[in-house]
Design a protein. Sequence first.
Length: 82
Amino acid sequence: LAIGGSTTTSYGYVFNMRTTPAGPVVVLNGLDFYTESTDIVEFELWSRLGSFKDAKGNYEGWDLIASGTVEGRGFGRYTAIP
């Protein structure tokens, strides 16, 4: 996804985060997303233990950890999840 370029028909981001077994705790303290809208948009933030690779397309094993609404910042700007 290129900000200011053409967009895809994407409805979310999926990524893995991991550390070594003896590694420190990872704290995610902010997340932004892209929307061309400047209206109020809904968001959901989901998490799961283990990889997403075999878990896309269903809710089994996923935990909803945040949801709400936010005013989109529009074309070429990231919108922060409050």
